[in-house]
Ligand binder design. Structure first.
Ligand code: ADP
Ligand code: ADP
Length: 233
C-alpha cells in the first residue's frame, strides 16, 4: 500500500491580486521503500511538493494521505508529530548549527521530547555511528568537511527513526566523489527499508534512483521507473 498518496493537489500562492499555482493538479502515489527522484526546472514546484510531503505546509486543495491518514484533517499537534515521527528532512546547505558539535546537532530533534538527556545522547551516538561518524561526535560542525556535515544532517534526520527520508538537493553542495559516498549511504538506508525521495538537478542522481518524477509548471509531466537503479557512474 502507498505510504504517500497525493490526489489532485493544488498549492496556490497569492501575489497581490493574482494567484500563482505552484502545484496544479498533482497526483502521486509512493509505495513503502520506493526510491524516488523529483526533477524539473527551477520554479517548477519541487520544494513546494517536498514541503507538503514533509507536512511543513498544507495544500490549498486536494487530498494528501500520509500512511492512510488525511493530512488536512490533522490538528497542529498531529502535524508536528508526523513531521517528527514519519519524515526526516535533509537539505542542500545542511542547516546545521555551526558552533554546536555533531552530537549536539543530532540530539536537537529530541530536545523537545520527554526523553532523558542520557537517552538522547545514546540515540544521537547511534545515529552518528550509523552514518560513519563515530569518531567525529565532538567536532564542531564548522570544522567538518561538506560530506561529513551532510552525514551529520542525515544522522539528525535518522535520530527520530522516521520511515521516509526527504532530501532537497542533498548533494547540491558536494563534489562528485563525496556525492557518490552520500548516494551510497542513501542506498544502504533504502536497503534497510526507508522510503527515499530526493529533489535533484543532477541527471546522474535521477538515473540512480528507481523512479523519476518530473515536474514542469507545477504539474507532473513524467513518472518513470529506471530498470537498472542504484548505480552511479
Ligand atoms: P522549485 O523547488 O522547483 O525551484 P518552488 O517549489 O521553490 O520550486 O517554487 C515554485 C514556485 O512557487 C516558484 O515560482 C516560487 O517563486 C513560488 N513560491 C514558492 N514558495 C512561495 C511562497 N511562499 N510564496 C510565493 N511564491 C512561492
Ligand atoms: P531551493 O533552494 O529549494 O530552490 P528556494 O529558494 O526555491 O529554495 O525556496 C526557499 C524557501 O522559500 C522555500 O520554502 C520556498 O517555499 C520559499 N519561497 C520560494 N519562492 C518564494 C517566493 N517567491 N516568495 C516567498 N517564498 C518563497
Amino acid at each position: 500500500d502507498a505510504v504517500i498518496k497525493l490526489h489532485n493537489i493544488e498549492k496556490h500562492y497569492k501575489m497581490g491580486e493574482q494567484t500563482f499555482k505552484a502545484l496544479d493538479g498533482v497526483n502521486i502515489e509512493i509505495e513503502a521503500n520506493d526510491y524516488v527522484a523529483i526533477i524539473g526546472p527551477s520554479g517548477s514546484g519541487k520544494s513546494t511538493l517536498m514541503n507538503l510531503i514533509g507536512c511543513l505546509d498544507i495544500p490549498t486543495s486536494g487530498e494528501y494521505f500520509l500512511k492512510n491518514k488525511l493530512v488536512e484533517s490533522m490538528t497542529e499537534t498531529e502535524l508536528a508529530h508526523q513531521r517528527n515521527e514519519s519524515v526526516g528532512f535533509i537539505f542542500q546547505s545542511f542547516n546545521l548549527l555551526p558552533r554546536a558539535t555533531a552530537l549536539e546537532n543530532v540530539m536537537q530533534p529530541l530536545v523537545y521530547r520527554f526523553i532523558p538527556a542520557k537517552e538522547r545522547k545514546l540515540k544521537a551516538l547511534e545515529a552518528l555511528k550509523r552514518v560513519g561518524l563515530a569518531d567525529k561526535v565532538n567536532h564542531l560542525s564548522n570544522q567538518l568537511s561538506g560530506g561529513q556535515r551532510q552525514r551529520v544532517a542525515i544522522a539528525r534526520a535518522l535520530v527520530t527513526k522516521p520511515h521516509i527520508l526527504l532530501g532537497d538537493e542533498p548533494t547540491g553542495n558536494l563534489d562528485s566523489k563525496t556525492t557518490q559516498e552520500i548516494m551510497a549511504l542513501f542506498d544502504e538506508l533504502h536497503q534497510e527499508g526507508h522510503t527515499i525521495i530526493l529533489v535533484t538537478h543532477e541527471q546522474e542522481i535521477a538515473d540512480h534512483c528507481q523512479r523519476v518524477i518530473r515536474l514542469v509548471d507545477g504539474q507532473v509531466v513524467a513518472d518513470t521507473r529506471n530498470h537498472h537503479g542504484e548505480k552511479l557512474n
